[in-house]
Design a protein around this ligand. Structure first.
Ligand code: SF4
Length: 267
């Protein structure tokens, strides 16, 4: 193959004398610039894909996720809707592993909604302390216990409107309970992993970034078949933990790479 000719430009002295020249190597694009360039292409392709094409691609992503993580379940240990609700409150800004270490003693000490409602704050705080933000979490859990006892006869309700009246329960927690415990696909859970993957995989196109949970959920509801919402959520969380992690996604070994507009756009 013929070598690329190097551009020759006159040196300052040469400009004066009109003789000598020096060799200047062509400007190289740095790694960071290349990544930036690829990332902007990703943003463009993410915006331009038609809904039909996106749904077709989503179908292939779902099939691959099912092959990889068939039967994936919620990682929070629970035996009832109430336990799942409490564990989900505790999982805010905390790993599921940490929550699972705390909940066995917690659920043994407080077996039902009334027990949580009547709990001494100091005792509850001590039990959930290691999950972080323990004062707010204690307030939410006690408040949830009280609302469930007083308004729902001690049973966690199975519909979105009622769930959203419970202290500490926002749409994400309600979606977890409805999907995982009651088997109802009313919405899509958008946690930190799902938000990140939906954004990277181009399954969300109206969100500004991976933290824009409201728009990400709307997009996912539009692009994924409703019956898959809960299962895809669980599988995305597994993939986010095992392959597409926040700091260093392992694109070279990711089997979704051919379907992912962000593949290999990271440093
Ligand atoms: S190809 Fe890379 S960015 Fe895309 S899902 Fe896989 S690991 Fe994540």
């Amino acid at each position: 193959m013929a070598k690329k000719a190097k551009k020759k430009t006159p040196t300052r002295a040469a400009k004066k004398t009109g003789r000598a020249t020096r060799t200047v190597a062509p400007k190289k694009t740095t790694g960071k610039k290349k990544v930036k360039k690829r990332a902007s292409k990703v943003a463009t392709s993410r915006d331009k894909e038609s809904l039909e094409a996106r749904r077709t691609r989503a179908g292939k992503i779902i099939a691959e996720l099912d092959r990889l993580y068939h039967g994936a379940e919620c990682a929070l240990t629970h035996k009832s809707a109430l336990q799942l609700l409490v564990a989900t409150i505790l999982s805010a800004q905390c790993t599921d592993e940490r929550v699972n270490k705390v909940t066995p003693a917690l659920f043994k000490r407080f077996p039902n909604a009334k027990a949580f409602a009547d709990a001494e704050p100091a005792e509850l705080e001590e039990l959930v302390k290691s999950t972080g933000f323990f004062r707010n979490k204690t307030k939410s859990i006690k408040g949830a216990g009280r609302a469930i006892t007083d308004n729902f006869n001690g049973e966690v309700p199975d519909n979105m409107d009622d769930l959203l009246t419970i202290p500490g329960v926002a749409r994400k927690t309600a979606n977890v309970i409805l999907g995982t415990w009651f088997g109802k696909n009313i919405g899509v859970v958008v946690d930190t992993h799902i938000g990140r993957l939906a954004h990277r995989l181009g399954l969300s196109w109206r969100s500004r970034d991976s933290k824009d949970a409201v728009k990400i959920e709307q997009d996912l509801m539009e692009v994924l078949p409703q019956q898959t919402w809960t299962d895809v959520g669980h599988a995305l969380i597994y993939h986010g933990r095992q392959v597409c992690n926040a700091r260093k996604p392992d694109c070279p070994s990711c089997t979704l790479a051919d379907l992912c507009p962000s593949a290999n756009t990271f440093d």
